[in-house]
Design a protein around this ligand. Sequence first.
Ligand SMILES: [Zn+2]
Length: 554
Amino acid sequence: MTSPVTKPDPSYVRIFDTTLRDGEQSPGATMTSEEKLEVARALSRLGVDVIEAGFPSASPDDFDAVRAIAQTIGNDVPQGRIATEPPVICGLARATEKDIRTAYEAVSVAKHPRIHTFLATSPIHREHKLKMTKEQVVTRAREMVTLARSLCADIEFSPEDAGRTEPEFLYEVLTAVVEAGATTLNIPDTVGYTVPEEFGALIAGIIQNVKGVEGVTVSVHCHNDLGLASANALAGIRNGARQAEVTINGIGERAGNTSLEEIVMALHTRAPLYGLRTGIDTTQLTRTSRLVSLRTGMVVQPNKAVVGANAFAHEAGIHQDGMLKHAQTYEIMTPESVGASKTLLVLGKHSGRHAFGVRLRELGHALEGEALEAAFLRFKVLADKKKRITDADLEALAASEVGRAREYFSLEAVQVTCGSNGMPTATVKLRGPSGENIVQAAVGTGPVHAVFTAIDEIVKAPSELIEYSINAVTEGIDALGHASVRLRAAANDGRVNPQHGAGGTQVFHGNAADSDVIVASTKAYLAAQNRLLAMLGTYEKAESPEATARASAN
Ligand SMILES: [Zn+2]
């Protein structure tokens, strides 16, 4: 990576990851600060050039998370990273003095800080949202970029809804912010409306018509509402953009963002066509995808390009025959190149605490102290039941140990009776917020329903289950079961976080792994309930819920 402020060489495409900002705006993808730090560490190992760590003005929690990432990840070059510099840590700011100063305060502790400020430029946003004239928009953009540049050498500016802005006006705004000191011009198709030819022409127009553009980096930020995010981003790159804003697994508002793995593998697989490269270590893609899926509760569709479970599976006989004769007959990239090769036998029941800790660190999980000890104990229990412990098993174990800080109710014991005759019944014993044990039994339509009903009767949080799934983490009859739960805070209790809009639409996820699927399901449901309780603040005496609205951006 060259200096983050100056332009990289013309064949280098910077990867700007916004999983922790735009991605985290997906309903239900909210992560704890601890989880964000873990994802940021994985992104740094993957080799992204810029990590957009969050929106510091959204809430004190967001500020603290961005600052923690800037402080640690922003000053560290992890082992195995191709680049020799820590990634740039970026904070988002609306075009206001308060937002810009807050963003700078959060990122300034990083070795390479960046402020990303944005202002809408399209007629519909100017008239209905901002109530500003064209002249006012230009003036505000220039003033705010000047202010940001007085604080920080690395400034990105985004004209929000650029895809629907009059081109002449877009050039005018962009010329003004380049004069004011912006170093990256990011062009968002905020609403995912454009098609590739059009978006490519938009970028070409900017490169031809914006004064001073040759001294700055042009960036693309595409949304997937028409399934065209990757195609649009690539069209932008073909026309001169040299930064792509992306998220792991393509998560993001509505239909999501451009997916990092698709852009990187398109540039990599079709290198002779594009003549471009990135600093990404592609063999970390599958691992990073898995981590983000676990942390956000956003399950990756099996047929997802590059990182889906079926991305390298060949089912048709004629394909299998071809594959056996010569892999490249039906394979344009190898599973090894994205780190999706068959998982290896790594540890068994005789492996010690040290080997376990070392392997987890190699996999990118920095568990320490009690969390490491807890994961190790669970590993020993699992190793007794299961002969082969794979990386995927270990990752599932490590994953369950993070984000446990605010555990109001924890599982002591669960027992179910079920079968073809009789009524599925569950008995659940939980440890409550003041350390007391609470036992509750319930009947349900099935064992999982019975467990969830018993928990509801103990926890009494207003919620509604919207999704429950169980998957095998690895192959075989002794596979670890991974349960994933999403629930919605019930409406009309008046205490729903405004973050995801009024009306109680906020979604909470929980996931857990265990060799017993009922235990995995129970833990996942409790994890989601604990997140809901944390939001409601039921058990925090002194704290009042912060009512800072999070503006959605880009
Ligand atoms: Zn966006």
